[in-house]
Structures are given as structure tokens and as C-alpha cells.
Design a protein around this ligand. Sequence first.
Ligand code: PEP
Ligand code: MG
Length: 349
Amino acid sequence: ASLARTMNIPALIGIDFSEDVDGKMGIVDGYEGKLIVDPPVSVLETYQKKKAEDEEKKRLLQELKGKENITLDGTKINLYANIGSVADVASVLANDAGGIGLFRSEFLYLESSDYPTEEEQFQAYRKVAESMAGKKVIIRTLDIGADKQVDYFDLDKEDNPAMGYRAIRICLTRKEIFKTQLRALYRASYYGTIAIMFPMITSVWEVQEIKRICRNIRAELAEEGVPMADKVELGIMIETPAVMVSEDLAKEVDFFSVGTNDLTQYTLAIDRQNPKLDAFYNSHHPAILKMLQMIVDNGHKGGCWVGICGELGADTTLTETFLKMGFDELSVSPSMILKVRQKIRETRL
Ligand code: PEP
Ligand code: MG
């Protein structure tokens, strides 16, 4: 779903086909979550009109390119884009994002039939950094396991994969995989403004161990005479109720980015992939909103800047709330950048 959104493709998930739809015309209504099979002419005409209106709205949004993300009373926020591949950079630039707030690097691993080499990764990260010409590019280290499986990792079947061996837990136990990625990232840092972000962090010791490994990688590359950026920001995703230790985590890193997709799943104990639980899934749940405020406050107390990179960041019914909470950045799919900018520019706090 995240990828379809990045590519601006209307998509429906969890549709139950009760009739044979093969070869029939259908309307995909991504706004309402509906598939209308064999629509009568009147419905077809209504949707053609809706589509034309939508295109006109998109055309008007183009006028917001080059404008600031600033409220009517002068509060500014950074608006970055989420990407899943090097090719997505084109739409980041076309939609005038201020940077990349989440590069889901696991797609390099998912698209490959074997572990991507340091050189392959370096080329990909360098290309993104260079294309963004000095704008910030936050690359998230490998986040596989659970809903993102890769055969050659040969991961054991687990009864409870979402709570299992995934993301940073793989990186901290299979260090050769982690080190290859970190070497590629530090090498690429010389060609732009790269920041590194670590997923699924729940404990302070994990961050301390990550920082120790990063220091070693830097020293190793320096000894080899490899050029690197002087400063590479290190940040973590806050995407579990370990929000409760965010005050301690903030002392260790430069930034937080909230993964609201997982944070909602873990806080409400709702499998984000189970359509049967839709009625119980509430991304505006007060528990989530309270946690968001706590993350901003604790992050700022510890000197971090704080953003959101989960899908909720693009929910324009909450833009005003996020601004009031004090978020410094929102990272959304490229196709949502201008819509969120419009919302920010119409807001008075
Ligand atoms: C999240 O959990 O909100 C997030 C951005 O990460 P992903 O969707 O890739 O798990
Ligand atoms: Mg996540």
C-alpha cells in the first residue's frame, strides 16, 4: 500500500470478490475504498466528472511549488518525502519536497536474489544523495522480517513474526549484513546530506551498540582513506510503545521519526495487515495522539528534532494538530507533498 501510494497508483486492499469480475469494467474508488463492477452509465459519468475535478485540483496544487511550508501565523515545518527506490526520486523532485524523510532501503534487498553488495548499495545511496543536491536524505537501515520477507535471509518461521526477529534485531545479531550497509552509507555520505535512521528501536542499549558500530565503521573507512561527510546525523524510528523511554533515547540521537504505522499496530495490538480488524483500527486513537505529544516533548528536551514518517503524517485532518504539538518535520508520499503544503498554508494556529 505504501509503495502504491508513492507511485500515485489508486489501490484497494482486502476486497472480497463475491462475483466473477474477470473481463468486466470496474471503477477503483481509492477515496471511499470501493470497487464498482460493471457500473451503469450514470455512475460512470459521475466518476468521470470526479476524476476531472481531481485532475483540476492537482493542477492547481502545482502553483504551490517553490512556496514555503508556513502557516498563516508564521510557523514553519519541513515537508519531506518517503521513497522506496532510487527511481522514486523523480517524483520527490517533481513535487518539490524539501528532502527525503524515509528511504525504505529494504527494497534493495527485496528486489535482489542475493544480499546486495556494498558497492551496489553505495551506488544507489550516492545516486539519491546526488540527485537531491544537498537536501537531506534520511536512509533507513534494513527493516525486513514480519511483513517483509526475503528468501535468501533464510529466516525461521515464527508464530508471531511482527513481534519477532526483524529489523534492527537482525542487524544487531547478523552484524556482517549491518556493517556492509553502514559502510555503503558512510561512503555515500560524501556526495550529499545523508542521515541514517534505525527502525524498531526499543532500548537505549541498542542505540549505544549501533553508535559503537558506526564509530568503528567510520574509523575503518578513514583508515582506508575513503572520503565521508564530517557529520552524519543518526536518528531512530519510534514505532513501539517504547515511547515511554523516549526521554532517555533522545539523549543518544540527533532525531526521532515516528513510524505511526507500526506504532498504531503495537499500541492498539492490531495486526496492520488483518482486514478483519479494520473496525478496531483507529489511527486517531487518543493513545496514539498522547504518545505523539510525548515523543515531541521528550525529543525536544533531549535536543532532537522530531518528525513523522508513517502514513498518518499525510492525514490533513491532523496537520493542524501536528503543528500545534510542535513537530519539526512531516515525511509523506511524494504525491501528498503539495496537498499537505496547501493545508499548512491555510492553517492558523
Ligand atoms: C511505520 O511503521 O510507520 C513506517 C514508516 O515504517 P514501515 O511502514 O516501513 O514499517
Ligand atoms: Mg515500521
